[in-house]
Every structure is written in structure tokens, then in C-alpha cells.
Design a protein around this ligand. Structure first.
Ligand code: WTA
Length: 650
């Protein structure tokens, strides 16, 4: 980065934590039991001695054999809970079976068509054991890789847990990806078994999955067996000797299976993250550290109690789903809602209806969904009873302050704090995040979680305040990834070499004078206008703060004089119409809210923006269009039609 980022957006609104919320919170109770008076003391004490903090938390889980050392840190390589014997599944399932949680509902699942299934901890435990036994019979052993290509159905967590139970490493590939993505990932990991389904439902259509997988199976020589869940009931071709139906093999298996006693550092899963360029990176997580980190953050950030209904509305195919639909909620013994469908099918009230139907108390979603709700308007949440909600969450992209306010008002009835959690596939757990006891500023992800030393630095590693720079982490944390599978050099090169021993996140952010962090986006997306380095997030937030705008994406367009000028694509709320006057108003609005330098030279109205399958705006594609270049590989794009919309707007 040649120069620090300019800071344009100044958000001054503040939301204090509610005293009742504070008093009942898990974090406050934990602080009381450790004689810690307030947030400042919590941070001071835990930052001074991170091993003390994580040891305390690790003691809340069960160990087959105790560890001898909390942390062995030889940058950039960490080992946590050294020499301990552990299994995340023992903690997520087996230990609950001995308690009153045995018959508690672990998952309430709803299909797109509205069918409901519930699975108690005991039922889940038995299904996992059956599949674990079946995998063992197929020759899957500790350390073997299993490729999972399943939609949002209960068999997905079951498959992950069965692998982990026997010490096999799962690699889940998002079911919305084309089979080539599965092929590439399964080959990279040399998966021995694949687990898939006949298909799934999307907007009323049956999407075939097994047929899709079959198109690439000849090119994945390591796979010996394919297990097929019959989810839609559609006809599938089964290859003799290779393909077996899930139900048929499970019914033959016993519901008892010993949990493998693993080493703390044994690998749990690989999850590929695409990044903007190059081959996907196989982020590797391990059993014990990941368990302790995700358990602790869910407990303290989302304050889960036995009485809560928790809904993390991500897909299990992403890290958010791995950590906060599968592992952490089960470690906590929570009841989770899991949903097969999308937020606006059959109508834009679907999510709100489900919150009302199940009495969801804590709801965690992505800014892209909040902005979609904004587009459809307040009338949808108003139709449903959302009174059970007590806490909200956001993850995946910067949430524009105006979207934050909308979410706070319409989902949270102005009483639910929003936990805007910053983290990554690589971090495994929340890193920069509010707690339910802290004062919030809309659009800020608050401060680092206890023990974590995050900072904003310039190119030389100097700490910056009130100016954007590289977001780095200076201390290790238990759920950190340990390497990139099969590519240890890239692990060091991509994340730990710019500032040796310091983790480079690849994001740019700003820290204000009160120590609050404001995420400004990926480094690759920073704009350079007439010598000013401007973050896309700030211009987008300025646009979204105009009453007509639901969502926007901003990119740089090369300009001989200025270096770059700003091109903005805007999605309007449904009740507004596109017009040249509105374009001028938007330019004026940005000029007034964050300054003339940020006023877009070009504004185009679109119905949709190109997004990744996890809902992040793909600015790379927009940039290519604006520059009249080839858009390149768009296989990870969720909505290829949106590209034509850009053409029309240009
Ligand atoms: C972005 C998702 C702003 C960020 C858990 C990060 C965020 C990338 C936030 C990781 C947030 C995630 N505010 N930006 N609260 N959370 N991001 O690996 O750019 O899918 O680097 O993990 O999402 O995406 P990933």
C-alpha cells in the first residue's frame, strides 16, 4: 500500500448496552466469577495473559487426557493445548448424552417447502454413530479426507460430525458450486469418499446434485465410494460398486461408535476459500483449538443460553456455518434453526415468518440479506411477531450504518444489540466483535475479542489511528488455521511474510480514537482518486444512507487525470424509480455526506449486483465491466444474469 487510506465516513451515533442485558449476560457472569469488574479490566487481564484466559475456557470442555501446555507459539506456527487428548465430537455430542440435554432439540430444520424436522441431541448422536460406523467399513481411517457436497439438510452436519468422530478430515464444498469446484477441491485433498444428495430445492425447482457430480467423477480418481442422500426423491444413476444410498447403509449400522481419542492438534477440516485470484486455498483447522475458540465466542458474543433458539442463517458450506451452525452451537448444547431455502422465497417475509414461528431469540445474518430486506421494505417485518428476538448479528461484509439502523429498528424493535462480528475462514472464530455489554456504533465491529491484539498499520508496520491501513493480528488465537493444506509455503507467504510473525488479514480498516474498528473492505478493492486512497465501503455506505438506496457497489474507473474516478452501481428500494434527477441527488448526497472527492462520476441503476455465493459483492467483475475488460472466471458468481444488468446500466 503506497499511502494510508483517507477517512471520509464519520459515524457518530452510539447505542449503549441495556443494563438488564448486561446483568444476565454470560460474559458478565463469567467476569463476576473471576472477580473482574468491567470490560476494561477483562481486556487488561486477558491481554496480559492470554494463556490464562484460554486455559480457563478450555476447562469448560472435556479432555480425554489433559494438555501440558496451553500454547506453543513459534511464529507463524502455533500449537494449542499441547499433548492433550481431545475430540470435538465428544464435546459437541457425547458429553450431552449423559445430561438432561440428551432429549433437547439440537436442530429444528425447515425445508424450502415448509416441511419441518427436529433432531434431539440423542437422535443426532445416534445418526452420527451410524454414519461413522459405515465410513469405517468403507475403509475411512484417521487422517483420511472425505469430500462433502450436500445442501442445507440435516445430513450435512451429521456427515461432518461422523468424519470428525473417527478422526477423518472433512472438506465441505458449497452445494451451489458447480461440480468443477468439487473436483478441484477433492483432488487437492485426495478425498477417499464423497457424500452427496440426489438434489435440493431452490425457488421451487429441483436442483440435481448427484447428476452434476457424476459429470466430474471420472476426473477424481481418489474417490472410492459415493454416499447418496435421497433428499428430493428424484431418480439418480448409481454406479455399481461405487455408489450407495445413505439410508441403505445406515440402517445396517449400530448406533454406537467409540469416539476416536485424538491429539489436540489433529486436523478437523479443510475449507477452501477462493480469495480474488489464484487457486483456492485449503484452510486447515484442528480439533481442540477450534473447539475452544468457537465455543467461547458463541458463548460470550451471542450469549447463548439453554432457553435460546439460535438462528445463524448462513450456509453450512461456509466458515460461518461450520463454526456457528455446526460446531459451536452443539458445543454449547444449544437449539439451532437450520433452513434449506432463501430469504425471499416464496415471499420477502419468509425469514420474519420463521423467526415468529419458532420464537427465534438470536438471529445472525449477512449485510447482503439486510440490504435485501431494505429493498423490500418495512412492511414485511411488520407483519410478523418478532418479539422473541433479543440479540442480532451481522457478518461477511461491512454493514453500512444505515443498514445497521434499519436492522436495529425493524428486526430488533430498537431493543436488540447488533453483534457485527469481523472474522475470516482463516480465523475460524470471531476476532473483532462487540459483546452484549459494550457500547455500539453502527458500522463498527467494535474491538478485538479478549486476548486478541489487532491493529491497523501502514506499510512499514507503524500503528495508525484515524487513518485506514492494513488490518493485522499480533497475537495467536486458538481457532486460528494451522496451515494451507498441501501448501505450507503459501501459508507463510500469503499471511505472515509482509510483517514477520504478524498475521496479515488482507482487509483494510480504520481504528478511531476510542479504539473502535471500522472495516473498509479488501485491500484489492481500495480506490485511488486524485491521489486519495478511498475505501469502497465508505462510498457505498454514503449511498445507502440516501432514502432511495437499498444497496450499492463502488469501483474505480481509470481516468487520465485523476488516476481513477468513482463508478457506482445502485439498487433502489422498491418504491423508488430510476431517473437522471435521482442520479444527481445521489451525487449531491455523497458530496454532502463524505466529501466532493468521493462523489461518483458515474452512477448506474441495476436490479442486482454480482455476488459470490456467500453474498459478497464481487467488485472484480464490476471493475472488469467498467474497464471494458474480460470478466474472467465467474464460476463462483451466484447470479451471472447480474452481469448483463451492468452492461445495460453502463
Ligand atoms: C469480510 C466470513 C466487514 C472481510 C466469516 C473478511 C467483514 C472476509 C465482516 C472473510 C464484518 C467478514 N465487517 N467485513 N463484520 N466479516 N468480513 O472467509 O473482508 O468468508 O476478510 O469469512 O469477509 O470472509 P470469509
Amino acid at each position: 500500500m503506497s499511502k494510508n487510506l483517507d477517512t471520509l465516513l464519520k459515524e457518530e451515533r452510539k447505542f449503549e448496552a441495556d443494563p438488564e442485558m448486561i446483568a444476565q449476560s454470560n460474559i458478565k457472569q463469567w467476569m463476576d466469577s473471576h472477580n473482574i469488574k468491567n470490560y476494561e479490566e477483562l481486556i487488561e487481564k486477558s491481554n496480559e495473559d492470554l494463556e490464562w484466559f484460554w486455559n480457563e475456557m478450555a476447562q469448560e470442555l472435556e479432555w480425554f487426557e489433559p494438555y501440558n501446555q496451553v500454547l506453543d507459539w513459534k511464529p507463524p506456527h502455533a500449537q494449542w493445548f499441547v499433548d492433550g487428548k481431545f475430540n470435538i465430537v465428544h464435546n459437541a455430542l457425547d458429553r450431552h448424552i449423559k445430561t438432561s440435554r440428551k432429549n433437547k432439540v439440537a436442530y429444528i430444520w425447515e425445508s424450502e417447502a415448509g416441511e419441518v424436522k427436529k433432531l434431539t441431541y440423542f437422535e443426532l448422536y445416534r445418526e452420527v454413530n451410524r454414519l461413522a460406523n459405515a465410513l469405517k467399513k468403507m475403509g475411512v481411517k484417521k487422517g483420511d479426507r472425505v469430500g462433502i457436497y450436500l445442501p442445507m439438510i440435516l445430513e450435512l452436519p451429521i456427515a461432518m460430525l461422523a468424519c470428525a468422530k473417527i478422526g477423518a478430515i472433512h472438506s465441505v464444498v458449497f452445494s451451489g458450486f458447480w461440480a468443477k469446484a468439487f473436483q478441484e477441491r477433492a483432488n487437492d485433498a485426495k478425498a477417499k469418499v464423497a457424500i452427496t444428495a440426489d438434489g435440493f430445492h431452490r425457488r421451487g425447482k429441483d436442483i440435481k446434485l448427484k447428476d452434476t457430480l457424476d459429470m466430474v467423477m471420472d476426473d477424481i480418481p481418489s474417490i472410492e465410494k459415493v454416499i447418496v442422500v435421497q433428499n428430493t426423491g428424484s431418480n439418480v444413476g448409481m454406479k455399481e460398486g461405487r455408489d450407495v444410498f445413505w439410508d441403505e447403509i445406515l440402517k445396517k449400522e449400530s448406533a454406537k461408535c467409540e469416539t476416536e481419542q485424538l491429539d489436540s492438534e489433529d486436523p478437523l477440516f479443510i475449507l477452501y476459500t477462493s480469495g480474488t485470484t489464484g487457486k483456492p486455498k485449503g484452510v486447515l483447522h484442528t480439533h481442540a483449538g477450534y473447539a475452544v475458540g468457537t465455543y467461547t465466542t458463541l458463548k460470550f458474543v451471542f450469549d447463548i443460553k439453554d432457553s435460546d433458539i439460535w438462528w445463524c442463517a448462513a450456509d453450512v458450506g461456509w466458515i460461518t456455518g461450520h463454526s456457528y451452525i455446526v460446531y459451536a452451537p452443539l458445543l454449547m448444547g444449544a437449539t439451532s434453526l437450520m433452513f434449506e431455502g432463501t430469504p425471499d422465497y416464496p415471499d420477502p417475509g419468509r425469514f420474519w415468518k420463521m423467526i415468529g414461528d419458532y420464537g427465534v431469540s438470536i438471529f445472525y445474518t449477512a449485510p447482503t440479506t439486510v440490504r435485501l430486506f431494505m429493498k423490500y421494505g418495512e412492511k414485511w417485518p411488520q407483519k410478523y411477531d418478532l418479539n422473541t428476538l433479543r440479540l442480532l448479528g451481522s457478518v461477511g461484509e461491512p454493514i453500512n450504518p444505515e443498514a445497521w439502523i434499519w436492522y436495529h429498528k425493524n428486526a430488533g424493535n430498537r431493543k436488540c444489540p447488533i453483534m457485527d462480528t469481523w472474522w475470516q475462514t482463516e480465523t475460524g472464530m470471531h476476532i473483532i466483535t462487540p459483546l452484549p455489554i459494550t457500547e455500539l456504533k453502527p458500522g463498527s465491529t467494535f474491538k478485538p475479542f479478549p486476548t486478541i491484539q489487532a491493529d491497523i498499520v501502514d506499510d512499514d508496520g507503524n500503528s495508525l489511528t484515524e487513518s485506514g491501513g492494513h488490518l493485522v493480528l499480533k497475537t495467536p488465537w486458538p481457532a486460528m488455521f494451522r496451515t494451507l493444506y498441501g501448501d505450507p509455503d503459501r501459508y507463510v507467504e500469503a499471511y505472515w511474510s509482509k510483517f514477520p510473525g504478524i498475521y496479515l488479514s488482507g482487509d483494510v480498516a480504520r481504528k478511531d480514537k476510542n479504539g473502535y474498528f471500522w472495516i473498509q473492505g479488501r485491500e484489492d478493492d481500495v480506490l485511488n482518486v486524485a491521489g486519495h486512497r478511498i475505501s469502497t465501503a465508505e462510498v457505498e455506505s454514503a449511498l445507502v444512507s440516501h432514502p432511495a438506496v437499498a444497496e450499492s457497489a463502488v469501483v474505480g474507473k481509470p481516468d487520465i487525470l485523476k488516476g481513477e474516478e468513482i463508478a457506482a452501481f445502485v439498487i433502489l428500494k422498491q418504491e423508488f424509480e430510476a431517473s437522471p434527477q435521482l442520479k444527481n441527488q445521489l451525487r449531491e448526497h455523497v458530496r454532502e455526506s463524505i466529501g466532493p472527492i468521493a462523489s461518483p462520476a458515474f452512477i448506474g441503476f441495476v436490479d442486482d449486483l454480482p455476488k459470490t455465493r456467500s453474498g459478497k459483492i464481487m467488485r472484480r467483475v464490476i471493475k472488469a465491466k467498467v474497464k471494458e475488460e474480460d470478466v474472467g472466471d465467474i464460476s463462483t458468481l451466484a447470479n451471472p444474469e447480474s452481469v448483463d444488468g451492468l452492461d445495460r446500466a453502463l
